[in-house]
Design a protein around this ligand. Sequence first.
Ligand SMILES: Cc1cc2nc3c(=O)[nH]c(=O)nc-3n(C[C@H](O)[C@H](O)[C@H](O)COP(=O)(O)O)c2cc1C
Length: 179
Amino acid sequence: MKALIINCSPVRDGATAEITSIISDELSQKYETKQVCIDDYDIAFCKGCRSCHNTAKCVMTDGVQQLMAEFEAADVIICASPSYWADVPGQFKVFIDRCTPYSNTHEPHARLSKGKKGYAVVLRTGPNMKECERLIQTIEHFYGHLEIECCGHIGLCSIENREAVIPRTSELTEFCKEI
Ligand SMILES: Cc1cc2nc3c(=O)[nH]c(=O)nc-3n(C[C@H](O)[C@H](O)[C@H](O)COP(=O)(O)O)c2cc1C
């Protein structure tokens, strides 16, 4: 079984990267794990042309197809995202927009293989969990339209940088036990 763990932050060595490493180490006992960063992929803005509503294909070819190939190869998908202005970082949002060919809101649409499980991990500097819930909703809404089963989520407040992740390791290892 394969687990894909995505650092949805554009920062390759920040707090989210520390979290994805902890999750990857934990899951590697049970899964073949792969960590990627949204910044590994060259992804253009969605033009909103809606061609994909009729063709189930995007008019552009770039990193989206590469990242979707990773989704297809995985049994478990974990999106880990920091809050940027109380939402997911723009780079990740652009990827979500570009996944419209896969959205089950129109026919025809592209499809991932069935049976994939999705998890959301979110973090922020501020102390209030409500903002984390907003990001979790964004990720789970995305999973829902790709027919990836939403199987669990965790929100971590008060995380400004990677040093602040270390004392939270036990929360993450507990979360991983359910995956
Ligand atoms: C552009 C930007 C916007 C941010 N906006 C918020 C915010 O609205 N709320 C919050 O709690 N933290 C916010 N943060 C803090 C990040 O969520 C926090 O520092 C996180 O640990 C960054 O993870 P990263 O280093 O992996 O990107 C913001 C950080 C940046 C760089």
